[in-house]
Design a protein around this ligand. Sequence first.
Ligand code: URQ
Ligand code: ZN
Ligand code: ZN
Length: 479
Amino acid sequence: MAVLIRGGTVVNAEQTLRADVLCDGGVIKAIGEKLEAPSGAKVIDAGGLLVMPGGIDPHTHMELPFMGTTASEDFFSGTAAGLAGGTTMIIDFVLGDPNVPLLKAFDQWSEWAKKSCADYSFHVAITWWADSVREEMGVLTRERGVNSFKHFMAYKNAIMVPDENLVKSFTRCLELGAMPTVHAENGELVYWLQQEMKKKGITGPEGHPLSRPPEVEGEAANRAIQVAKVIGTPLYIVHNSCIQSLDAITRARLGGQRVYGEVLAGHLLVDDSVYRNKDWGFAAAHVMSPPFRAKEHQEALWKGLQAGTLQTTATDHCCFCAPQKAMGKDDFTKIPNGTGGVEDRMAVLWHHGVGTGRLTPNEFVKVTSANAAQIFNIYPRKGSVSVGADADLVLWDPKGTRTISAKTHHQKVDFNIFEGMTVTGIPRYTLSQGRVAWADGKLDVQAGTGRYVKRPTFSPVYETVKTANSLREPTAVAR
Ligand code: URQ
Ligand code: ZN
Ligand code: ZN
């Protein structure tokens, strides 16, 4: 059924204009003044609302098997919660264990994701190396629409990879025109600090941030940046949480290197005092990596977002309920790492970003949707209100308010890191593939309607990028 969105203000990354938007067949058919409603069309009065590209969350882990349990949010409930918050696409992670063939893991995640009710895609984690992994990366780019590969530099004795694997996998990414991405924490240092904490008798959640100081993140971010520079690939660093990793990205970008930075809504707004809370469950609920940081890091991250040093926002939505977190009751290193946020990212970023003047509405669109679409090569199909683009839209009420709470959220988890936060600026309607999935506080979704979104590689561009970035080129000048 056609939907005519009448009387709204369209806000894209690069333009704001008063225009009606006609959607049909899952795509945007027309944008303009005083559009006629085709017969039988549903007409939405968007007066006073902003018509924006639906949010893209480039970092989620729905139903992730991790640290001896499985994340409580599944692909249906998680994409539904995203739609309730104005996010119309997630990029999740195929995260197979070492020695599991990548294609086998890919098929497993594809099975789980079939229940999604909004569009989704996958980064694929490289948690081990063999010639077969190298071959499978080729199959994934050529046949499965994967153009990004994740590397964990932390989680020793689990999914952490040594520098040797970074070198081999980044080289493969260059050959394929794929984007290498990293979780940047020095896993050896973390492991050593964890043992040190336990030797001192520190077993509670307060030990978590003490074992992952910002320095271990800054070191790993810089190391990944240098590996990418020598090999000549761009690099995407996920969940930057501190000044140290931000500085590494800033230095690299000033040197002409294509390094992209992601920041989580949580790291922009939650500080490390949560770990000193006397309530064990409250502190444990905030155990995620990298940990929430001292306040001075948040303002720096906001500046990084405003300056364009950080390009995307995400949530790293990886939920564990209280009984799961309690697995680490006597040993903080056994608390499953992860927190939620897929439903609240857009609203908390609008309230604390646009509401404070840090971001314009156009910049809000950039950091919640358009930049992720461009970096992962699905723009303007996604991340844009334009004719021919998918009709993934959020009709934003800049005056609407709500108070965030686990008691009322749609996320399948018993905790909310933004609990009690009252925000101004909320989604009035969310459309997925041109169909109203969220309207005035009610979800209307169906499991299985979400689609897997293929993301083509960048290879034609890489040939030029390689010259600019690689130290191996005689012309390149090391800074
Ligand atoms: O490290 C990640 O991104 C995954 C395993 C989610 N957990 C977390 O603490 N960030
Ligand atoms: Zn991570
Ligand atoms: Zn993650």
